[in-house]
Design a protein around this ligand. Structure first.
Ligand code: UDX
Length: 438
């Protein structure tokens, strides 16, 4: 089998490298010549654990190649995956499909024989049908099938998620063209049969909606526990135990009930918004998701106010140490990270911010120039009046509370991810606050 992957972004690179690992010949195409050059030289533009090794090994064995020439990649391919960006369109919250449609047209023009054109980017319901129209218009002469194969990868564990997914969703057209597409995709995912991964074949629209519904549900689950955490704080309950007590009910499940400063990342904020807009357009509003979006946005801003309140109502002239800036651990991704709201607000309120993140490359560009980036957590804590833990990188769990406290000038510790044991932190001399715990 041979495939082309259009787009060397996060999804394209991970999926391309993993398909190559499955034994398929993969050619990844990107218009950015600099990026392609870097990838050929073995430099990976994103941080994802294990990806560098996977790319290196498969490139060395000749199964994974990179090019800027779409035509060359598409010629002779059994399937072409579209993994181009679908950012939020300015002004209306819809997903911007310009790149998807342009790529579909280019692929159709370049095709030299029958192939399956698969959208892997997260696209609104109905995009598959639009792609189908483009393909039929551009190449009425060729048997090009259109399919939707959404990804459910989490940053930081994307390779494991691809290799051992909970399920694979394949959306296809009705009729023989769809059956052909499903057969090709099943062959590509054949290694997963060994571990009995369910492969769900559906209509195009259904596959597209599964992705949005899953992400919106998870975002709502997190937002639900965040609001319960607020209530816990008022009534003296412990949100950890509430989440555990709820999660042990098999119908609810334990995962994604970890209260925190609000969800961020490249998917949940964008996908919930796009789903809400699509649903409004069709006259079937998803009010619960709309509420989730609003509650989560407000929560990030509330976190900054919490820090200010913990410092006695003003941070003017105070030094605040912030640990963790990325939207979650094991990534350098800053997209919609709570730190993007919290840190600028603290700076604006007159605080001096000393920050540390193990992967600070993007944070340095995204945060105000006034922020001092430190080389370790302990360094950031030096002379700080308050310490705020914003992202739960593992290395923060191992920090010595005594050393942290000794480095600081003050004693305020705000643990927005509930990483530390309240008793231990109080014993170390901190005025400790976490989320939803007495
Ligand atoms: C998510 C989905 O999990 C994945 O299936 C989809 O394809 C892309 O979006 P990702 O954005 O990488 O993946 O991150 P995820 O681990 O799901 O976390 C998203 C956000 O929710 C993070 O900001 C995280 O801190 C937050 N979160 C997650 C919580 O606050 N509490 C939780 O219990 C879980």
């Amino acid at each position: 089998m041979r495939i082309a992957m259009v787009g060397a972004g996060y999804v394209g690179l991970v999926s391309g490298a993993c398909f190559a690992e499955f034994g398929t010949d993969v050619c990844i195409v990107d218009t950015d010549a600099g990026k392609v050059e870097a990838l050929r030289a073995g430099r990976i533009p994103i941080y994802e654990p294990g990806l560098d090794k996977l790319v290196e090994e498969n490139a060395r064995d000749g199964r994974l190649t990179f090019t800027t020439e779409l035509e060359q990649a598409v010629r002779g391919a059994d399937a072409v995956f579209l993994a181009v960006g679908t950012p939020t369109r300015r002004g209306d919250g819809h997903a911007d499909l310009t790149y998807v449609y342009a790529a579909a047209e280019q692929v159709a023009k370049a095709a030299s024989g029958p192939l399956v054109l698969v959208t892997k980017s997260t696209v609104p319901v109905g995009t598959g049908q639009e792609v189908l129209k483009i393909v039929r218009r551009v190449r009425p002469d060729l048997a090009i099938s259109v399919a939707s194969n959404p990804e459910f990868l989490r940053e930081g564990s994307a390779i494991g998620d691809f290799m051992r997914p909970d399920r694979v969703v394949i959306g296809v057209e009705e009729g023989p063209s769809g059956e052909r597409a499903a057969a090709v995709l099943r062959r590509l995912y054949r290694p997963l049969n060994l571990i009995e991964v369910p492969i769900l074949a559906t209509r195009l629209e259904t596959a597209e909606l599964i992705k949005y519904a899953a992400n919106a549900f998870l975002a709502t689950k997190i937002t639900f526990i965040n609001e319960i955490a607020n209530l816990c704080e008022k009534v003296g309950a412990d949100v950890h135990d509430v989440a555990r007590g709820m999660g042990l009910d098999g119908r609810i499940g334990r995962k994604f009930l970890h209260a925190g400063p609000g969800y961020g990342g490249s998917c949940f904020p964008k996908d919930t918004l796009a789903l809400a807009r699509t649903a409004q357009d069709y006259g079937a509003p998803v009010r619960l998701v709309e509420a989730t979006i609003a509650v989560n946005e407000a929560r990030k801003a509330e976190m900054a106010e919490r820090v200010i309140a913990a410092c006695g109502g003003s941070v003017a002239g105070r030094t605040i140490a912030v640990l963790g800036l990325t939207f979650k651990p094991e990534t350098d991704d800053m997209r919609d990270a709570p730190s993007l709201i919290v840190v600028p607000r603290l700076v604006e309120a007159g605080a001096t911010v000393r920050a540390f993140d193990p992967q600070p490359a993007h944070a340095k560009q995204a945060l105000p120039g006034a922020v001092t980036f430190c080389i370790s957590a302990l360094e950031a804590a030096k002379g700080a009046d308050a310490l705020v833990l914003l992202t739960e990188w593992n290395e923060f769990r191992a920090l010595s509370p005594e050393k942290l406290k000794a480095a600081m000038a003050g004693d305020v510790l705000l643990d927005l991810r509930n990483v530390y044991d309240p008793e231990a932190m109080r014993a170390a001399g901190f005025r400790y606050q976490s989320i939803g715990r007495p």
